[in-house]
Design a protein around this ligand. Sequence first.
Ligand code: PRX
Length: 651
Amino acid sequence: MPDIESLLKEKRLFKPAREFTRAAHWNKKTVAEYRKLGQKNPTRFWEKMAREHVSWFAPWKKTLQWKPPFAKWFVGGKLNVSYNCLDRHLEGENAWRRNKAAIIWEGEPGDSRTLTYGELHREVCKFANVLKGLGVKKGDRVCLYMPMVPELAIAMLACTRIGAPHSIVFGGFSAEALRDRINDADAKVVITADGGYRRGQPFALKPAVDEACKGTPCVEHMVVVQRTGQDTAMDASRDHWWHDLMSEASADCKPARLDAEHPLFILYTSGTTGKPKGILHTTGGYLTHVTATAKAIFDLKDSDTYWCTADIGWITGHSYVVYGILANGATSFMYEGVPTHPGPDRFWDIIERWKISIFYTAPTAIRTFIRLGDEHPKKHDLSSLRLLGTVGEPINPEAWIWYHNVIGGKKCPIVDTWWQTETGGIMITPLPGAVDTTPGSATLAFPGVQAEILSEEGDVVAPPNGGFLAVTHPWPGMLRGIWGDPARFKEVYWSKWKNLYFPGDGAHKDKGGYFWIMGRVDDVMNISGHRIGTMEVESAIVSHPDVAESAVVGRPDELTGTAIVAFVTPRGGVDAGSQLAEKVRKQVTKEIGAIAKPKDIRFTNALPKTRSGKIMRRLLRDIAAGKEAAGDTSTLEDFSVLASLREADEN
Ligand code: PRX
């Protein structure tokens, strides 16, 4: 791990400002107490969080039942997520929140909508009744494939109200990818929109769903939100307009009394094989985890306007645009479009106009803004900001310092939060009123989370040496499995060491005990904070008839963190060149989506393989990064391959 050296030189330390600490929900004293409790007895710590942050219809009987690798939290407890995100803010001493903004939404063209807690509750109840009317029952899966519109949050909460697990598929995925996910989850209903707005143009979504649903026998109904008003074909036997169904729905819907371990949602994420994994999260533990972390890490107050820029189609959007934020009764800002429309200052304009106080985004976005130039944020009054956050990939110290100076005006703490789709909520993070931060480090495990740096054999690695990140005690937001594939669940996360969770990241601790996440150690790439499996891209490429073989690796990229490089061997008689490169990119867009399009394509007559026929990715990674293949090549079958690969042109 070559980066350790340079990161170790990072000595700048930023202490929380006294005023921030004084007003923070969690000050140094609280955090010290919680750390002590969390280290001694993590189960007790989370029990306390569950009591303080979540409303239960019935108490649990056992806090943690741990039969490795299967955990159950708050066993026997009954609750409802939509009740926690909505109803409880309309009752008793919180009743004043009825007319507080729950969601403030801005569309890319500049239109906006505000939904108060009272209004959101009403819409959610109505849509829950719509789902019931379509025959959706407790336990049935509902697939959501939507742009960033308020109806997406309404649909999620409506699913949770009746106990129908949702499976949200990011709107950037292709029809093929959507089809696989619908079928894997066996979804009965799909919710979508005619389209949305991006880069100043309307785009269509419904045609992709129509295409996907040519091969999804499980789908009985489709509900379509009218966002753009574009011409949209509707199949009368299957499709319904959202507004038609809503106009007749009753606003009276009691929240279902659900078991703490009732499935809440499935979210697909890439792994090391061609097939994405349906990560399963359940009700009580997940809600406890995201609600407590949101309150503590973002220091959420009733006076805040909080903006997380992630699309709800990713875990960050699930946990910290919707569930963790609304469960705290806070105001969540949502934006539909791209950061650069109509100009490169759209985000800063939004912050100024809406007086955003907490801003949570990805390092890739920050690096893009740096490149666009300081003049854009400098044109705007960003003084409403009081806290900044990052997520999704390691942040390079330069980007951290820029974020701190230019966006945060040197006064906002930055929380660099490490977590994953699988962890459900944030795991390693500063607490803004209590922890000194240093650029590039996610600092310490959240109280109640136990993490270590381990060797391949499972021994603790002494600081500052690098190793594998491990989570050594179950936590409430942990995934409960891979949908329909318990064997893969065991194999991927629990087979490296006995009963310890392996997240797939390399990391090291410094002498002060701070964690530094170094990135994935498996065949998963992190492109702009999004996970893409190398095998997934390879199988998309080889599905093109002109391709014989392909190997995909990541190489460092200044902007996106990692860029996708595809080595491609054409079939005999097919000309390699820019035309074929274009075809390959189109194929990947069709099979997965534009986010997985390779940046570089290099044609080669052969790929470096071991004598047993395994592709030597390590060599390819070195070649892609422009480094001399430094590692062990003693098992390489044919040395001439290396020379020809180095000479291959980029396409
Ligand atoms: O490699 C880590 C990286 O993103 C991976 C998880 O990706 P995903 O499930 O898509 O969730 C992203 C949003 C939570 C991790 O295995 N990662 C996430 N946050 C950080 C990070 N790497 C370094 N620093 C972070 N703060």
